[in-house]
Each structure stands twice: as C-alpha cells, then as structure tokens.
Design a protein. Structure first.
Length: 137
C-alpha cells in the first residue's frame, strides 16, 4: 500500500501574532495548506493569555515587532523561557534589534522584513524548522 506524502508542515505548530487581521488570515490559510497547525492572535496580550500555558506545544512563533500592549520582545522572551526548543521570527517594516533575543536563544531567532510574500515566510519556516541545534533540542 502506498502511503500518502506528508505535507511539509505536518505535526508542526506555528503561532502567528500580528495586529493586521487580514495578514493573519491570509498567512494562516496559506500555512494551513502546507500542513502546519496555525494558531493566531491579533495582539501580544492575547497571544500570551491564550498561548502562554501551552507554549511548549509550539514549534515556531512569528511575531510582529511593533504592536500595542505587551512589547513583542517581552512576549518573545516569555515564550522562549517557557519553551526551550521554540524557534522565533520577529517581523517588521522597520529595523529591529534582535541581539538580546539571539543571545537568549542562539540560532533560533531571526528577523523577517515586512512586507513579505507568503512563499518567503514558508521558506523561512522551512529553514528555521529544519535547522538542527545541539542544545538538547
């Protein structure tokens, strides 16, 4: 019997946090078609309230770096502390210093400049999730 091919994101859980609801919807649909389980939040406060207790289930989080409420860097630090294997992408249309987050999670943090295409995000996810770290991950 021939096994159906697994989609690239099968079994991977992604958190998307952005205050642009249309972007959340489009990215969620696209990544869902690739096989990722996608969770979304339109604010950093909501993301932490809904995801914080289940942060260990996440494989990767994509956070808009400039949103009202809890600073994206603070949400990122909380998520990284709660999940030592989490990979993280900060995204913004403006330059963002990710040095402190990179120091906290070497090789697991990246910046993605907005605007980006869905295909660009998918390529970055593949690269981030395919990376192997030797830190007990």
């Amino acid at each position: 019997m021939i096994q159906p091919a697994l989609k690239e994101g099968s079994g991977k859980v992604i958190l998307l946090v952005d205050d642009e609801r249309s972007l959340l919807k489009v990215m969620s649909l696209y990544l869902g078609r690739l096989g990722y389980e996608v969770r979304t939040a339109d604010s950093t406060d909501r993301a932490w309230a809904e995801t914080g207790p289940a942060a260990r289930e996440l494989d990767l989080a994509v956070l808009d770096a400039s949103m009202p409420g809890l600073r994206a860097e603070d949400l990122a630090a909380r998520l990284l502390a709660a999940n030592p294997r989490l990979r993280l992408i900060l995204s913004s249309g403006y330059p963002v210093d990710i040095g402190a987050l990179e120091a906290r999670a070497p090789g697991r943090v990246m910046f993605l400049h907005k605007p980006f295409l869905a295909e660009e995000l998918a390529a970055v996810l593949r690269r981030m999730l395919g990376a192997k770290k030797e830190e007990g991950i």
